[in-house]
Design a protein. Structure first.
Lengths: 114, 112
């Protein structure tokens, strides 16, 4: 149980493109979803916390207009990187949890901006 | 802000050896979690700890929630090549947001 699916697994696109990443909880309803960014050989850095039906809470230093988060249902959250530039290239990972359970992670999205 | 100090940063061991890694913090956590991350994938939950002093096993893995609620360790017994990866501890603060603070990770390499 507790399967989280993230799509796409890899994106390569030109600078200025907006990219949408989906995160789905497949076998449970996620009251909260989280979005992380991970640079090579580093730990996970929390970008934002998303609760279904409400606005996401962004961590300090994360631009909410740059990284748009939508959490329209209990099984789906999306992260849109708007007008992506090479410095946005990274590994983006989502996680989901319900109730007092631990976070379960998707397999990540490798974003490469040319 | 809150920080978790995870050590060691990396380990290179022989197959069959036991491994130990730990996390400490100046903050009190109500939950400790241990995850493993393989290259290019998301972290996978190994063990969750919910009570101070709790000792929990998952196969060859054993983890403990420190009595002070500020530390945790993970042991791997009789390591095998597929144990290779990055291990992260994560602490969850009091409250119900579910937000985690992650350690810096321990990179484990196992020589067959």
């Amino acid at each position: 149980g507790a399967v989280v699916s993230q799509h796409p697994s890899r994106v390569i696109c030109k600078s200025g493109t907006s990219v949408k990443i989906e995160c789905r909880s497949l076998d449970f309803q996620a009251t909260t979803m989280f979005w992380y960014r991970q640079f090579p050989k580093q730990s996970l850095m929390l970008m934002a916390t998303s609760n279904e039906g409400s606005k996401a809470t962004y961590e300090q230093g994360v631009e909410k207009d740059k990284f748009l988060i939508n959490h329209a249902s209990l099984t789906l959250s999306t992260l849109t990187v708007t007008s992506a530039h090479p410095e946005d290239s990274s590994f983006y990972i989502c996680s989901a949890r319900t109730g007092g359970q631990p976070q379960h992670f998707g397999d990540g999205t490798r974003l490469s901006i040319l | 802000g809150q920080q978790l100090n995870q050590s060691p940063q990396s380990m290179f061991i022989q197959e069959g050896e036991d491994v130990s890694m730990n996390c400490t913090s100046s903050s009190i956590f109500n939950t400790w979690l241990w995850y493993k991350q393989d290259p290019g994938e998301g972290p996978v939950l190994l063990i969750a700890l919910y009570k101070a002093g709790e000792l929990t096993s998952n196969g060859r893995l054993t983890a403990q929630f420190g009595i002070t609620r500020k530390d945790s360790f993970l042991n791997i017994s009789a390591s095998i090549p597929s144990d290779v990866g990055i291990y992260f501890c994560a602490g969850q603060l009091r409250g119900n947001t579910g937000k985690l603070i992650f350690g810096q990770g321990t990179t484990l390499q196992v020589k067959p």
